[in-house]
Design a protein around this ligand. Sequence first.
Ligand SMILES: *Cc1c(COP(=O)(O)O)cnc(C)c1O
Length: 394
Amino acid sequence: MQNPVFIPGPTNIPDVLRRAIDLSTLDHRSPAFKEILHPALAGVKNVLKASDAEVFVFPSTGTGGWETAITNTLSSGEKVLAARHGMFSHRWIDMCHRHRLAVEVVEAPWGAGVPVERFEEILKADKSHLIKAVLVTHNETATGVRSDIAAVRRALDAAGHSALLLVDGVSSIGCMDFRMDEWAVDVAVTGSQKGFMLPVGLAIVAFSRRAIAAIEQADLPRTFFDVRDMARSYANGAYPYTPAVGLLNGLKVSAEMLMAEGLENVFARHRRIASGVRAAVAAWGLELCAAEPSLYSETVSAIRTPSGFDANTIISHAAQKYDVAFGVSLGEVAGKLFRIGHLGSLTDVMMLSGLAAAEMAMADVGIPIRLGSGVAAAQDHYRAAHADRYKVAA
Ligand SMILES: *Cc1c(COP(=O)(O)O)cnc(C)c1O
């Protein structure tokens, strides 16, 4: 028997999607492939609330999506603006350096969001628009922090700045509200193994009209990730190389599942489950890494442990003794916190089991919490949240 995972990706795979990806070999040059590819691309657009974007899907991971975003829109030596406030924003910045981009890095505390006011000052001061792109990690998975993409867009507009807005939505898209059109996001990046509830294996990238227009001037080397080759092949319902047909079928079905549940219901479910986790954390007397409530992620909670404990022992202990997975801490916060992933295919009841397991593991390693305290707090939250939905017949 297997427990659900509570890591912030890969997420639990619903049976429907396991069946959807389990296809016998299909000729990807046959018309049958079109019937998978085109609905998958259209489905991603729906999930992104993007009417006008072009979606490209690579056999890769979210990291390949970052590379697609920068190499197709930027040229060697060009300047980009980014904040470092967690492991994922750090790694995207590192990738930019390796591609010979000049990164203006704003250092922010791990636990803070993107410093929008500082961004606005920098953009306003950049009169000649040397900054070609602003890179934002929507949900910093290492710290459980959500940044405000709409506010970054307002900062760009307030500065009258022409830089492209490139957004890492790997751990938010399909779980938390994402409005590609409304926020005028130029490139949105995600992977298959988080909100889309599939195995790892796809980089999913959407380009706005403005981003598409930037492609021809962009001189960074790219071959595998050149979206021009993808676009040409997609027009014929094909790929420039061999596509991951099963995963693409999974993506088609996953987008259908999210739309059938209703995006707003999907977001509300993530909010409700996350609030229950936060109620548990408060009942344990512990604190989140996220500095304030407006930053709380609905997909992952990073929980600070009392000093003197190596938080990663909770993870290894939970894995060994209870066969349940939580997220380790990375980079600057390594050992200081552990993470509970609460995204994708998850119900309140699954979450309660995860909280109960976290309590056992914490008690075992000597963290002074009362067994049942967090579970009870989450139960109260879920009972109240469902009070209207399931009225007991009088
Ligand atoms: C998981 C994740 C990534 C990296 O994705 P891979 O699929 O592991 O390459 C990037 N950014 C964020 C915010 C993530 O959560």
